[in-house]
Design a protein around this ligand. Sequence first.
Ligand SMILES: Nc1ncnc2c1ncn2[C@@H]1O[C@H](COP(=O)(O)OP(=O)(O)OP(=O)(O)O)[C@@H](O)[C@H]1O
Ligand SMILES: [Mg+2]
Length: 370
Amino acid sequence: MSGTSADGIDLALVDFSNDKPKLLASFHQAYPQDIHNKITALYNPDTNEIERAFSVDIELAHLFAQAVNTFLQQQQLTAKDINAIGNHGQTIRHRPQQTHAFTLQIGCCQTLACLTNIKVIGQFRQKDIALGGQGAPLVPAFHQIVFSDAKHDAVVVNIGGVANISFLPATDNKNPMIGYDTGPGNALMDDWFALNQGEHGSKKRYDENGNWGAAGQVNATLLALFLADPYFKMSAPKSTGREYFHINWLAHHLALTKIKALNLNPADVQATLGALTAISIANEIKKLSCTAKIYLCGGGTHNTNLKNQLNQQLTNYEILLTNHKGIDADSVEAMAFAWLAFAYNKKIFSNSPAVTGAGKKTTLGCAFHP
Ligand SMILES: Nc1ncnc2c1ncn2[C@@H]1O[C@H](COP(=O)(O)OP(=O)(O)OP(=O)(O)O)[C@@H](O)[C@H]1O
Ligand SMILES: [Mg+2]
């Protein structure tokens, strides 16, 4: 798994021999700055894209393979011990709304299979898009298996670059599962943080614990403008990506005369971006259930300021980390793509038409052999 934050590679070693998938071990390899820059430079149209994208496609496959091989060594395993790698890859463009809808993940599956000597299942989003779906989010089917409960509603909130929720109604009630991207997760905060190194002095690629944002004031005018974006008003199925919630999206708002006149401090903008993520998630949860247990996962769970803002918005809810259900909050996404590979091998339906809007149930992914 390499998410839209382009922060690094997440691996999960998962055992599917019992009823419930079991996370055996996990591994994270952060991207060096130049790789991060090469990926994020592909989020929006620019010159020489084909050449750059297909070169990064192979470069990432090499990095994924190195990570897998190191992880296997650490776990004292060999390629023979692994049934398959589920490779999400790296999304560089996601355009599910347009006439010729498409989604593009790089990190070449064929190269990864040859370099690891393990069968790779990848390109999971394509078939859902081909069937008229959003191709995203794909994780709710997995969330349902591991987080749903007979007696109470549950909402899984993944705060990655983009944030997505899965609403898992109490299984006794037989209501359908719902899932969609709520909007930005960490992405805009990461972008703004990187642009303002001179202000906060940190060389990190993210606002650690949300400390810089916590020092600013949420600005109500800017927040209202952010929340007026049409994406937040669209009904599901819907999904979004970094080509939309991009630094240009923020720059556009900050350039408005009304906002310029406020003379905002950069930390206030960061605080307001944190509020945008928290409120856009909370608004959707409130629409879905007033009693659900909330399970948080993704890198945003390390942002204390963001978690505080979510708590303030959702005072009547029980908010837990997915760790409470035995799955480390940083490994849920990677584990979900391992499950998608497992589902491919077992020919299990793995898309959720109710979530993505696809025309029918199907098994997602393609196999690439060493
Ligand atoms: N200590 C921390 N303090 C604040 N933010 C953090 C911290 N650790 C991680 N993050 C945030 O989490 C992000 C990475 O999260 P994650 O890997 O879940 O996102 P992702 O790669 O975009 O995944 P996806 O889009 O698939 O959900 C970082 O870019 C950063 O914004
Ligand atoms: Mg990540």
